[in-house]
Design a protein around this ligand. Structure first.
Ligand SMILES: [Mg+2]
Length: 270
């Protein structure tokens, strides 16, 4: 597992740096500029982007949370919020961060509960791109991995599809780290999704509609302080259907005078 974790995160960073020069380009323009992608070389210097930055933020939050005891939503939410806000304010956060992440992290910085900071209409890839560490974390069961994958999504991307995608990707990483064949992955994920949404499993949480259930807003000191309910995409959708978009307050886009977008390096083909 240790080697799988190292390889996965290193591969993520290398792929991120390799793809950075082509971000937002279409395939024809990438081919015209960079040639066949298998022959591309890493830019020098090789810059990671927000994808790897937020993966590392989640990794650090998991390290902090698990260092305090069993992983639970209340125990994870605080360090996750701190890491995301640190990322939001970092001078290194200038590599085309996603709008949803920037909006939500601004609201997290102002102290909003995560249920209000997370953008409930957003099912972009920003939560999925950073979830790999949860598929690599040892010592947690399927329910904890699934719940934590969805909570880390919900802090920024609150749409049920974003939660479900994060759950599925964390599970996919888990399967691959344990030696699953990539060709069989789709079937395994379909089975997993069916199991997660089966009414007989009792995974649908409380009967009331509203935001996905999650941790109370203030941590207590009881032995169960870290282990209240995780958010659940299957329960949320089962109760409420697709959530209705709600208006979000205005937010400043990054630091004053900064467009949050540095010029990417040029690609290099061999
Ligand atoms: Mg990105």
């Amino acid at each position: 597992m240790k080697r799988a974790a190292t390889g996965s995160l290193l591969g993520l960073a290398l792929g991120d740096a390799l793809g950075y020069p082509t971000e937002f380009d279409d395939v024809p323009s990438i081919l015209a500029t960079c040639g066949p992608w298998r022959e591309m070389e890493l830019p020098s210097p090789a810059h990671i982007t927000d994808d790897t930055q937020m993966t590392l933020a989640l990794s650090r939050a998991l390290r902090t949370a698990t260092g305090r005891g069993a992983l639970g939503p209340k125990r994870l939410e605080r360090p996750l919020r701190e890491e995301f806000v640190d990322w939001y304010q970092s001078p290194e956060n200038n590599r085309a961060p996603g709008n949803t992440c920037m909006k939500a992290c601004y609201l997290l910085k102002t102290g909003k509960p995560w249920e209000e900071a997370g953008q409930v209409h957003s099912k972009g890839c920003g939560a999925n791109m950073r979830v790999a560490p949860l598929g690599l974390l040892p010592g947690i069961d399927d329910d904890v991995r699934a719940g934590a994958a969805q909570l880390q999504s919900a802090l920024t991307h609150g749409h049920t599809t974003a939660l479900a995608a994060s759950d599925l990707t964390a599970y996919a990483v888990r399967l691959l780290a344990r030696g699953a064949e990539p060709m069989g992955l789709v079937g395994l994920l379909r089975s997993y999704a069916g199991w997660r949404t089966a009414p007989a499993t009792g995974r649908h949480g409380s009967a009331t509609c509203g935001p996905a259930p999650g941790p109370p807003r203030r941590s207590g000191s009881s032995p169960t302080a870290g282990t209240s309910a995780w958010p659940s995409w299957s329960g949320w959708r089962a109760r409420c259907g697709t959530p209705t978009p709600r208006p979000t307050p205005a937010w400043p886009r990054g630091r004053a005078g900064s467009p949050n977008r540095r010029s990417p390096p040029a690609c290099s083909a061999s």
